[in-house]
Design a protein around this ligand. Structure first.
Ligand code: GDP
Length: 298
């Protein structure tokens, strides 16, 4: 979108007509508060969050003249405060293998994220096994193998159309036999067949629990940050199908500034374990609330 629509370099460009950062001042009145609210809603932060953040900013400042810098700083502080509790890396357990079930809709970046995570764990000295659980998409399996090769991690596959749960079981057996630290299980993301997908995920969980009653130790939901408000309904959906324990937000390198992360944090409070910042293997970063807030406010 053109710069004017998104507020230039950050959210506040529009509010202060994009002028010199320090110079413009405005009276913090109802009109400005409404504009600020609208700006935050447009940025996907969600209505409730937008109202609350705006109210917090107004408190003790109503009727005063404020500068862009001041509003920007206050907004960044509010956002960082909301995000701080969810900025948590994926917990690692002593359990071997630690089972990480990876869920999300097709195209969200599951495959890429599994590859990036595998590479990071390998770099940290962990042994990793990947199971290509989306057995219905041959292309997905191939793509995962490419990522496995890049990360130097074995990828277990099964013939197209075969039962993902039995692949998951075999993968558990192999990961145990190899003494692997982590087993990452990719899953299908066909939301068109919600009931099927739900049954499929439930069966995978049932089967791996035969090997380890505590598994999966993590259920990561991968979300494309550029889908805006859609991410919220994806969380609802996957939470109803699986015991989602944390999020990875992908494609935060693009034009989307990821305002929806604020709405997600506010609504669900699920930890954000990592963010995808590009298509390469090293493009996975820890989520830093202050950097994020600074980037969002511009
Ligand atoms: P899956 O269908 O969920 O497994 O999604 P993929 O991992 O195949 O990713 C879908 C597309 O998104 C691919 O073109 C990836 O290169 C791209 N992608 C994944 N993560 C990121 C990211 O963090 N940034 C960018 N720019 N692209 C990403």
């Amino acid at each position: 979108p053109p710069a004017e629509e998104t507020g230039g370099p950050g959210l506040l460009g529009r509010l202060f007509k994009g002028g010199d950062a320090a110079a413009p001042r405005r009276v913090l009145d109802d009109e400005m508060l409404e504009q600020l609210e609208e700006l935050l809603i447009t940025a996907d932060m969600g209505v409730d969050t937008a109202l609350r953040v705006t109210a917090n900013i107004a408190e003790g400042r109503y009727g005063r003249r404020v500068s862009t810098e001041e509003i920007k700083r206050l907004l960044a502080e509010e956002i960082a405060r909301i995000m701080e509790p969810v900025a948590r890396p994926m917990p690692l357990y002593q359990k071997r293998p630690q089972v990480v079930l990876v869920v999300g809709v097709n195209g969200s970046g599951k495959t890429t994220t599994i590859g990036k995570l595998a590479s990071q764990f390998r770099a940290a000295g962990k042994t990793v096994v990947i199971a290509a659980g989306d057995t219905f998409r041959a292309a997905a399996v191939e793509q995962l193998q490419v990522w496995g090769d890049r990360a130097g991690v074995p990828v277990l596959t099964a013939p197209e159309g075969s039962d993902p749960a039995s692949l998951a079981f075999d993968a558990m057996t192999k990961a145990e036999a190899d003494g692997a630290d982590l087993l990452m299980i990719d899953t299908a993301g066909r939301l068109q067949n919600r009931a099927d997908l739900m049954e499929e995920l439930a069966k995978i969980v049932r089967v791996i629990r035969k090997k380890d009653p505590d598994a999966p130790h993590n259920t990561l939901l991968v979300l494309d940050a550029t889908t805006g408000q859609n991410a919220l309904s994806q969380v609802e959906t996957f939470k109803s199908m699986a015991d989602v324990s944390g999020l990875v937000m992908t494609k935060l390198d693009g034009t989307a500034r990821g305002g929806v992360l604020v709405a997600l944090a506010d609504k669900f409070g699920l930890p954000i374990h990592a963010i995808g910042v590009g298509e390469q293997i090293d493009d996975l970063a820890p989520f830093d609330p202050e950097d994020f807030a600074a980037a969002l406010t511009g």
